[in-house]
Design a binder for this molecule. Structure first.
Ligand SMILES: [Zn+2]
Length: 323
């Protein structure tokens, strides 16, 4: 029986290939540098070799594998298995990845957007187990999200559903990397938080903590660490970002009436200076009847969400064979 799955998490700086069981137990993992600028054929060849090695180590054959799941940042045509647009892998765009990989590996291949894969991962193995209506949100350098409604991933008409990071929170506001202005991502992501600190410092805001870091080197992570050490500027900027995130989540609560919202990513630590203002804004903006039944929680999967999400893509696609 096919009890094994290969999950491939294609990130900005690395590609991780994992071998796991259908119950979500990760047993082996190999990491390749993703080399965003490299020719896709070269990287795909290396990826196939890595998958074969993962199987060989366990003496597994393609017939033991339920499928290979890929979680990739960007717009994906999941049916055709083509990356339409990816911020990390510009040379991979329009490449029929599913076809190439399945021919080379002799296994079924499924490709999904990374935030959607993470939502499916939470549904199969994490905080979303047994929950049929929820939103998974990851807040790190950007903001991604995936919607599970009636137990199924919502992709929308052309696969772009769940782009919470690009709902407008300030019309005509800060420029977003997507080309629009005023997106939630331009106010509440780690990148936006770092930019807000830099803007404040340029305007003369005082901070002993940030004095030690070169202005153009400040990252969202630095701001989190600064806030945890009590730096007032860091706390204030993160509180403002948390308020915007709360507004974004309130819109989702009003629109979808989810049973829970699962938050992941480095920005959304469950620390008072972030969590409280986020919940406060959520309570202020959401419809009380919708919010009353909605649980706000941190992801249980943590840093494993990328690997487990990629595994879950296969389980979700093959669900019918289990029912
Ligand atoms: Zn945007």
């Amino acid at each position: 029986m096919k009890r094994w799955i290969v999950g491939i998490d294609v990130g900005g700086t690395k590609i991780a290939a994992s071998l796991g069981t259908i119950r979500g137990l990760l047993v082996a993992k190999r990491v390749l540098s993703s080399r965003g600028g490299a020719q896709s054929t070269e990287v795909i060849g290396e990826l196939c070799e890595t998958v074969r090695r993962l199987l060989n180590e366990r003496k597994l054959k393609p017939q033991h594998i339920l499928g290979v799941g890929l979680a990739v940042a960007g717009a994906i045509d999941t049916e055709k298995g083509v990356i339409l647009k990816s911020p990390n892998l510009k040379r991979w765009e329009r490449i029929p990845l599913k076809k190439i990989l399945s021919r080379s590996l002799h296994m079924p291949v499924f490709i999904e957007n990374d935030a959607n894969a993470a939502a499916v991962g939470e549904h199969c193995f994490g905080s979303g187990r047994g929950v049929d209506h929820f939103l998974y949100v990851t807040v790190s350098t950007g903001i991604g999200s995936g919607i599970i409604a009636n137990g199924v991933l919502v992709r929308g008409t052309s696969g772009t559903a769940g782009e919470l990071g690009h709902i407008t929170v300030v019309p005509g506001g800060n420029k977003c990397q997507c080309g629009k202005q005023g997106c939630l991502e331009a106010y509440a992501s780690g990148t936006a938080i770092a930019s807000a600190v830099k803007r404040a410092l340029r305007k003369g805001a005082k901070s002993r903590y940030f004095n030690k870091i070169r202005l153009n080197r400040i990252t969202g992570k630095d701001v989190t660490l600064g806030a945890l050490r009590g730096d007032r500027l860091a706390v204030r900027v993160r509180e403002t970002a948390a308020d915007y995130l709360g507004i974004g989540l309130a819109n989702v609560v009003n629109l979808l009436n989810p049973r829970c919202i699962i938050l992941g990513g480095g920005v959304v630590e469950k620390v008072d200076h972030f969590w409280h203002p986020m919940l406060k804004a959520l309570k202020r903006e959401a419809w009380p009847m919708a919010l009353a039944r909605c649980r706000i929680t941190r992801s249980k999967l943590g840093s494993r969400v990328g690997d487990l999400g990629a595994l879950a893509v296969v389980l979700s696609a093959c669900r019918n064979s289990f029912e």
